[in-house]
Design a protein around this ligand. Structure first.
Ligand code: ADP
Length: 169
């Protein structure tokens, strides 16, 4: 598996699957989530509502992942995953690692060969950027998957630099 880094908007990516840093309601939010629903159109929300009406009645638990259509995005699927809210008192690193692992597992089920990830939990959920990058890179590296390319799509040069450091270290 190849790991690549780019400073870009994840909603512009031409990949098989785009990972969404969703919240457990799956009904939309700010940040990446808002951008994906805006650009992807109403089909994504419709698919999320159907999941909530079915086996995800209580919402998607933190650390887990589920796929829907990507609507009007250039990708084929959106893989929604719920990152943990950062806490200094409580080590939630395993939940953040689980987001990357579970998303790759869903990507394998879909036979996706290219997957774009944002910096999960590193926005509104408050995870320190250097640690979020380290967990992202080390987890993806340690996960066995048939995905050919994992592309981390970072929204700022600063976040890119944190990922570059994690990749080089
Ligand atoms: P979380 O709630 O998991 O923290 P956010 O969406 O608030 O998720 O932020 C996660 C990361 O994604 C942050 O680094 C944020 O700057 C970045 N981000 C926000 N919008 C986009 C976008 N359109 N493409 C790529 N990254 C984005």
């Amino acid at each position: 598996m190849q790991i690549t880094l780019v400073v870009a908007d994840i909603t512009d990516q031409v990949v098989d699957a785009v990972v969404n840093a969703a919240n457990s309601s799956l009904l939309g939010g700010g940040g990446v989530d808002g951008a994906i629903h805006r650009r992807g159109g109403p089909q994504i929300l419709e698919a999320c509502r159907a999941l909530r009406a079915g086996h995800l009645g209580g919402g998607l638990p933190t650390g887990q992942a589920v796929a829907t259509t990507a609507g009007d995005l250039k990708a084929r699927w959106v893989i929604h995953t719920v990152g943990p809210v950062y806490s200094r008192a409580d080590d939630r690193s395993q939940l953040l690692a689980s987001c990357y692992r579970e998303s790759l597992c869903v990507a394998d089920d879909l036979e996706a060969s290219t997957v774009a990830f944002p910096a999960i939990s590193a926005g509104v959920y408050g995870w320190p950027a250097d640690d979020a990058a380290r967990i992202a890179v080390s987890t993806v590296r340690a996960t066995a998957s048939d995905v050919d390319e994992v592309r981390f799509v970072l929204f700022s040069q600063t976040m890119y630099d944190h990922f570059a450091e994690a990749l080089g270290g």
